[in-house]
Design a protein around this ligand. Structure first.
Ligand SMILES: Nc1ncnc2c1ncn2[C@@H]1O[C@H](COP(=O)(O)OP(=O)(O)O)[C@@H](O)[C@H]1O
Ligand SMILES: CC(C)(COP(=O)(O)O)[C@@H](O)C(=O)NCCC(=O)O
Ligand SMILES: [K+]
Length: 259
């Protein structure tokens, strides 16, 4: 009962094939492609792997990208299914003003994060940071309610915005240092500490709201770059969105006999 999990962000498509649609499933194959390169998936790596029996994905890229992804899946007899954020799913309650407008990647990652937290101990609030094209900083209380989250530009977008809005900021990538003394280091450190500072503020808001110390989790393709600059310990779980997709698929299968 093979299961394909797909996460399409604004920069890359990430996929993992599992032996079954359930938390703790065994990974059979995985990959990541920049969106410009996804049109080769069907003929290349996806023609070399076992056919998935079911599929579940989340996508925040444009509708045209979704169609391109589904085209690559046509060789399989599998119906594409994409998560849409709802009022509640898999133990998480959605506090967004318009629940369906919440990015499905954010929703799925939060479900994965809550699952990780519950497996390791008593319920705690969670601060979940996802570092992709954009950065999101999510606050979840100890009861599983998503209280709200921040959206910030990612490193790349911040740098491009500064480059296009100024005459003198066209420099190579620098290092993250406490007291930058050149333009490259000033830009790289500025972006990194902007994100770290936003995370710290949300940690404080969440701690105060819940009167319990949040568990700090991080995910996303650029998470490893942010880790050393954080003001407190974060655990990096690269597979968070896939873990969330597995949890959702398992629960939906139990509820109605299929994803
Ligand atoms: N192999 C890589 N090459 C270049 N950038 C990468 C790579 N892996 C991760 N990144 C960084 O991670 C970001 C993309 O992370 P990802 O989680 O795939 O984003 P998204 O979900 O928005 O598509 C890029 O903006 C880039 O900064
Ligand atoms: C915030 C995002 C742009 C993040 O995208 P990503 O960095 O994963 O490509 C995406 O989750 C999105 O488009 N969200 C919809 C708006 C919202 O969540 O409020
Ligand atoms: K993402």
């Amino acid at each position: 009962m093979t299961f394909m999990a797909i996460d399409v962000g604004n920069t890359r498509l990430k996929w993992t094939l599992y032996d079954r649609p359930a938390a703790g499933a065994r990974m059979l194959a995985q990959g990541a492609e920049f969106l410009e390169q996804i049109d080769r998936l069907g003929d290349a790596v996806w023609s070399q792997i076992p056919e998935p029996a079911t599929m579940l994905g989340c996508i925040v890229a444009a509708t045209a990208v979704k169609h391109r992804v589904q085209e690559q899946m046509e060789q399989w007899n599998v119906e594409p299914r994409w998560v849409v954020a709802s009022d509640a799913e898999a133990g998480l309650v959605n506090g967004y003003d318009s629940p369906a407008r919440l990015g499905s990647d954010r929703w799925v990652a939060m479900i994965g994060a809550r699952h990780h937290m519950l497996r390791r101990g008593p319920p705690r609030p969670i601060l979940l940071v996802m570092v992709g094209t954009a950065v999101t900083v999510e606050a979840i209380d100890q009861h599983g309610k998503f209280l709200g989250g921040l959206i910030l530009p990612g490193h790349g977008i911040m740098l491009r915005a500064l480059e296009s809005g100024t005459a003198g900021l066209h420099v190579p990538t620098g290092d993250v240092v406490e007291f930058p003394t050149n333009t490259s280091d000033a830009l790289t450190s500025g972006g990194t500490f902007a994100i770290a500072g936003a995370c710290e503020r949300m940690f404080q808001h969440l701690f105060k709201r819940c009167a319990a110390e949040p568990l700090c989790l991080m995910t996303g393709g650029a998470g490893w770059k942010m880790l050393p600059a954080m003001t407190r310990p974060f655990e990096l779980i690269e597979s968070m969105i896939f873990d969330g997709l597995l949890v959702i698929a398992e629960e939906r299968a139990a509820l109605n006999g299929g994803v």
